[in-house]
Design a protein around this ligand. Structure first.
Ligand code: TYD
Length: 204
């Protein structure tokens, strides 16, 4: 199973990704890896730093870097795991580029759909969207004291990203599970995630 976790900054997806990975390994005794973008491959930390530093000037640079990061991540981590029947739990993936660079920055969707297909990026079996109002998410990120360049762009940017995610989930409802997580505790969200996965026959 290749499962990706998406949501605006501060949506709580890191906590849930790590809980799911522990559950798959601990409770279900499955082979599973936990990874993330940007930067989930050897060497990726350098790219991650460039991309989140907010110093890139050309309006397409950010998107190119995320695509490069993904291509290397797939080749060195994701595809080998899929090929050896290992579950991949991945925090952020191509849908982050679509939500942030297309809905957020205004780049064209069609080109990035075509690039992903032409580059043979594997399509996740399931993508979980942690949907949260930007106001709540920003409050959470601030309380953690971790506002990177994206988070500093504030509510209007995050609102566009959220709209992007919702549009993406509507375009392919078979692949997406949308979990509302404005007020719910992380235990409640986790339970909802497990029951949604089970109801789709993904974890038995
Ligand atoms: P990170 O610190 O990993 O944030 P988070 O914990 O919320 O994932 O920073 C990654 C940032 O990069 C985040 O704001 C989302 C953004 N991003 C894109 O804009 N496009 C992409 O393709 C990816 C993978 C991430």
């Amino acid at each position: 199973m290749f499962i990706t976790f998406e949501g605006i900054d501060g949506s709580g997806k890191s906590t849930q990704a790590s809980l799911l990975w522990k559950w798959l390994v601990g409770e279900k005794k499955r082979k599973a890896i936990l990874t993330r973008e940007p930067g989930g491959w050897p060497g990726g930390e350098v790219l991650r730093e460039i991309v989140i530093s907010g110093r890139l000037k050309h309006e397409w640079s950010e998107a190119y870097l995320f695509m490069l990061d993904r291509a290397e991540h797939i080749a060195s981590v994701i595809q080998p795991a899929i090929d050896s029947d290992t579950d991949v739990v991945c925090e952020r993936y191509h849908d982050s580029t679509l939500a942030y660079q297309i809905w957020g920055r205004g780049l064209p969707l069609e080109i990035f759909d075509t690039l992903a297909e032409a580059s043979a990026f594997p399509v996740p079996d399931i993508t979980i969207l942690f949907d949260i109002p930007p106001e709540n998410a920003l409050k959470r990120a601030r309380s953690r004291g971790d506002l990177d360049s994206f988070e500093r762009e504030g509510i209007s940017f995050m609102t566009k990203i959220r709209e992007g995610y919702l549009a993406l989930s509507e375009r392919d409802p078979q692949r997406w599970i949308v979990i509302q997580c404005a007020e719910e505790s992380s235990e409640q969200i986790f339970e909802q995630m497990i029951s949604s996965l089970a109801s789709r026959g993904l974890i038995l």
